[in-house]
Design a protein around this ligand. Structure first.
Ligand SMILES: CC(C)(COP(=O)(O)OP(=O)(O)OC[C@H]1O[C@@H](n2cnc3c(N)ncnc32)[C@H](O)[C@@H]1OP(=O)(O)O)[C@@H](O)C(=O)NCCC(=O)NCCS
Length: 273
């Protein structure tokens, strides 16, 4: 057994992007080093080192309206079940408390086992689906969708103003915003698969048609984090070959703050909500 109890919690800096990326890669997550730089630049990332090696992390990303997103809760397999995740999430909650923020997160089943006892309560259920297709790529759909349209829709769907975050992601070379028939989505690169989300639509049929258009123009595997209560959308995805990978449970610590006006079909990813 490794004696980890005394290892101090430290605040990480941008130079820790590589160490963080090693941890998310060990967990087979899809984040890129660029994603880590978002958390390290825009948020507060706590970590624990054992010697020179980063062995555990948790990030708090401030959102508008006194909200914050907690993510990147990762503990290396060599250091699990010694309370490191609990201590790191506690550090995030303490920061949130000091700043009067309500904390949100999308938990894996393992993560939910840590957060429940800390006082988080469950809200939305999500399912991650994957499409592995040796597609014949068609030309990407022409779309006049803008970051402003996505940002406005995102605000209605989440209750958060995420202009800075969405703009930063949308500006990456592998990203695009696609829209048609009242549906709009962001597509971006990931470590092992491209990710579709957030996705907003007036109805399930338009959401499915947009996903289909995107899928036909992609050559590699795709991921989408769908909201379970959008039952027709979820069913349509599975009928078209998407397979369910794992559930996520959205959880909240603190009073309900964000007032969403419409239900998204898919979210930006568990790391961003
Ligand atoms: C989930 C994870 C972060 C937990 O880290 P950890 O440092 O082992 O967690 P802790 O030691 O603080 O666990 C606290 C309690 O949570 C529960 N718990 C933690 N991991 C669990 C698991 N895999 N299964 C069931 N319960 C678990 C236990 O009640 C545990 O207390 P105990 O060890 O006294 O029984 C770690 O397993 C991990 O990195 N997993 C892969 C990535 C992931 O899923 N992250 C969560 C994202 S939301």
């Amino acid at each position: 057994m490794v004696a980890t109890d005394g290892l101090p919690i430290i605040k990480l800096g941008v130079e820790d992007a590589i160490g963080g990326f090693a941890l998310s890669t060990e967990a087979r997550w899809n984040q890129t080093e660029e994603d880590w730089r978002v958390f390290l630049h825009e948020g507060v990332v706590f970590g624990i080192r054992d010697g020179a090696r980063l062995v555990a992390t948790a990030a708090l990303l401030p959102y508008s309206g006194n909200n914050a997103w907690i993510s990147m809760v990762l503990v290396s397999a060599t250091h699990r079940r010694r309370g490191l995740a609990t201590r790191l999430v506690d550090a995030c909650l303490e920061t949130a408390r000091k700043n009067g923020l309500t904390s949100w997160l999308d938990a894996t089943p393992d993560g939910a086992a840590v957060y429940g006892p800390l006082g988080f309560t469950s809200t939305l259920q999500l399912q991650r689906l994957k499409l592995v297709r040796p597609a014949r790529a068609e030309a990407p759909p022409s779309s006049s969708a803008t970051i402003d349209a996505l940002r406005a829709r995102d605000r209605r769907g989440t209750g958060f103003d995420r202009t800075a975050l969405l703009s930063a992601i949308a500006q990456r070379s592998g990203s695009r915003i696609v829209s048609a028939n009242g549906a709009i989505a962001l597509v971006r690169d990931g470590r092992t698969a491209r990710h579709i989300g957030p996705l907003f639509s007036d109805h399930a049929a338009a959401a499915l048609a947009l996903v289909d258009t995107i899928a036909r123009s992609e050559t590699g595997p795709l991921l989408i984090d769908a909201i379970v209560s959008q039952a027709a959308f979820l069913e349509g995805l599975t009928v078209s070959g998407w397979t369910i990978e794992r559930p996520f449970q959205r959880m909240r610590f603190g009073p309900a703050t964000a007032m969403a006006e419409e239900m998204p079909f898919a979210v930006a990813g568990p790391e961003f909500g």
